[in-house]
Design a binder for this molecule. Structure first.
Ligand SMILES: NC(=O)C1=CN([C@@H]2O[C@H](COP(=O)(O)OP(=O)(O)OC[C@H]3O[C@@H](n4cnc5c(N)ncnc54)[C@H](OP(=O)(O)O)[C@@H]3O)[C@@H](O)[C@H]2O)C=CC1
Ligand SMILES: O=C(O)[C@@H]1CCC=N1
Length: 280
């Protein structure tokens, strides 16, 4: 089975769903007429209609399931069980592949709330999907075949890279690549403010900050050099960069970023515990 020609349904049309939809349409992996979104908010529905001409927008999760082949669960983890309860009678285990992107929601819980033998793939994507530069981690459930996993991978590769990993890594992945775009954006913002503080006009600081980050990543990928080597290339003895790096050390920059990843991963674990606690 291939993605082409399949109907792809999104339950929830928020930030992450629309980033994926944009990636799918721009990469031509899916035609707009093969995409359906179920979304309760009238304002959001209007936004989706204007942003993605040709896609179908409804608010009936069961009707969406009946129309779609591949179903993406893109609602908040806190309401996932409500949605599973709603769709369970409409799911056809021989036809549907369910992809859940909900943070902290384990495969076992998804399977327990859907009919026996349902094919489920858990994914942690990230927002650069919108420009086809996402990185997604995925793992299959008890009943997913290698063909189902290949289809899931084809879907994910339409908007970036994809790595298959055991589910035990998902909290850590959420802390790093799932939440990571927010940390990187915060770092870019800090660089811009730093530039403004030392006298640069804001638009100039913005372009310098963005190009510095883009250029450094291209340098890293283009040369295969590790972060330590790249740091050494910039840091002339007795020069300016070492003074900047000392300020980062004094502000516990690396420890703070490590804490950010850990706190996010901890929250992912907490979301799992909350979802499982309500089971009993
Ligand atoms: N944003 C990100 O970077 C990432 C998000 N995720 C995961 O993706 C999921 C969605 O996150 P995100 O897009 O940020 O959240 P959003 O709140 O932007 O999107 C969720 C959407 O679902 C809608 N919704 C609420 N109830 C229902 C319902 N019963 N049926 C259908 N749709 C409903 C919401 O409408 P309303 O606002 O009216 O409630 C909202 O538009 C989460 O589980 C999150 O963990 C995973 C990786 C990255
Ligand atoms: O903040 C969140 O919960 C979601 C999951 C990973 C990124 N955003």
């Amino acid at each position: 089975m291939s993605l082409k020609g399949l109907k792809i349904g999104f339950i929830g049309g928020g930030q992450m769903a629309s980033a994926i939809i944009k990636g799918l349409i721009d990469s031509k992996a899916a035609l707009p007429e093969n995409i359906i979104v179920s979304e309760p908010s009238p304002e959001r529905r209007e936004y989706l209609k204007n942003t993605f001409p040709g896609i179908k927008i409804i608010f009936d999760n069961c009707a969406l399931v009946k129309e779609a082949d591949l179903i993406v669960l893109a609602v908040k983890p806190q309401i996932i069980k409500e949605v599973l309860k709603e769709i369970t009678l409409c799911v056809d285990t021989s036809r549907h592949l369910i992809i859940s992107i909900a943070a902290g929601i384990p495969i076992a819980l998804l399977e327990a709330h859907l009919p026996e033998k349902i094919k489920v793939v858990r994914v942690m994507p990230n927002t650069p999907a919108l420009v086809q530069a996402g990185i997604s981690v995925y793992t299959g459930g008890r009943y997913t075949s290698s063909e189902d996993l290949a289809l899931a991978r084809e879907f994910l590769e339409a908007f970036g890279k994809a790595i298959e990993l055991p589910e035990t890594y998902f909290d850590a992945v959420t802390g790093l690549s799932g939440s990571g775009p927010a940390y990187v954006a915060a770092f870019v913002e800090a660089l811009i403010d730093g530039g403004v503080k030392v006298g640069l006009p804001r638009p100039v600081a913005e372009i310098l900050a963005q190009e510095t980050i883009l250029g450094t990543l291209k340098l890293m990928q283009g040369t295969g050099k590790n972060p330590y080597e790249l740091k050494s290339m910039v840091t002339s003895p007795g020069g300016t960069t070492i003074c900047g790096l000392k300020a980062l050390e004094e502000g516990a920059f690396k420890a703070t970023v490590m804490d950010a990843v850990e706190e996010s991963a901890n929250r992912s674990k907490e979301l799992t515990l909350l979802a499982l606690k309500e089971e009993n």
